[in-house]
Design a protein around this ligand. Sequence first.
Ligand SMILES: Cc1cc2nc3c(=O)[nH]c(=O)nc-3n(C[C@H](O)[C@H](O)[C@H](O)COP(=O)(O)O)c2cc1C
Length: 369
Amino acid sequence: MSILFETVQIKNLTLRNRFIRSATYDGMSDLTGRVTESQLKLVSDLAEGGVGLIISGIMYVHPSGQISSFMNSIADDKLIPGLRKLSEKAHEHGAKIAVQLYHGGREARFVKTRKQLPIAPSVIADDPYYKGSYREITEGEIEEILDAFGQAARRALEAGFDAVQVHGAHGYLFSQFLSPFTNRRSDRWGGSLSNRLRLHRETYRKIRSTVGADYPVLIKLGAEDGFAGGLTLTEGIQASQLLAETGYDAIEISSGVRGEKYDGTEYKTKINKPSREGYFRLWAREIKKSAIVPVIAVGGLKTFTMMEDMIRKREADFIALCRPLISEPDLIRKWERDPKKKPRCVYCNKCLEELHYGIPLHCVTFSKK
Ligand SMILES: Cc1cc2nc3c(=O)[nH]c(=O)nc-3n(C[C@H](O)[C@H](O)[C@H](O)COP(=O)(O)O)c2cc1C
């Protein structure tokens, strides 16, 4: 049996294999952030399709963190019954499921419709990478958001989810705090790496205090920013060590504050030759060297033998996939039967473009054929 199909653990959670569906926003919630029938179907298909752990799409923990009208909320107890249906769907088919806890920081555009400005650690004048308007978060608001993360994790547990993952990548609130480019604060939330990670560490403590000692608490870390002057990989590696020491139970390695469109960001296109595959592999490998908790690799992972190689060489413990599973939710079962099978996903990012127009997630290229 392939090493990719071994049963493995994250803390006390046993997964049937090493495949994780990386968090994927699906634009399918209703306008109140509730779980819909389409989402139940999506999770059912993925679980039936063989994936070990499904990480939900972004769910906002506090209204100030909402980025889209069609994203799920986990900011209110009223949402628990719907969320419970989602976790039950995964379990019916032998998969585990985690909620991705999210705050968009300055990118939380949706709050503007409520005539409020999004919040961020600092306001950066003439930022070439971000043009939206936003304001500096106060210490009081930071405390409120920490509480919101704790309460959201409690709801995930109550709704039957097996774990939570804090979204600490892709330029959102946690990336904004970690990056020396977007965090210019001179109080205890800015400056040294340890201070820029205070939000991540205090969030962990809040979550741990609401979910108890045994519940897996994961983080997706943006280990490097996409431009000079941002977070470097050297600091990203140190950050991963500090997060593991804090107690996070597994770390998924992705990118931080965005630079140029697509290239240098989390969803690169043109994964059409081996040298384009696994574009964050090097970062995972460097982080894994000193890691005391499991490392999850993500980003253009396409070929079965390459993924096996990464696990055998101890470059990562888990393989996370997003776009290939949008196109083929049953890809893992197909690989079980035929490891030589190539994913049909062409990494065109049309799924993402249509989401931006409010069209629910689907594989655009293949659904037309
Ligand atoms: C349609 C779409 C939605 C995504 N939604 C999320 C999300 O909700 N949270 C997150 O952390 N990353 C999200 N990502 C990034 C993926 O989780 C993943 O890190 C990235 O696509 C690279 O993996 P892949 O090459 O297997 O697609 C999304 C990507 C796509 C294409």
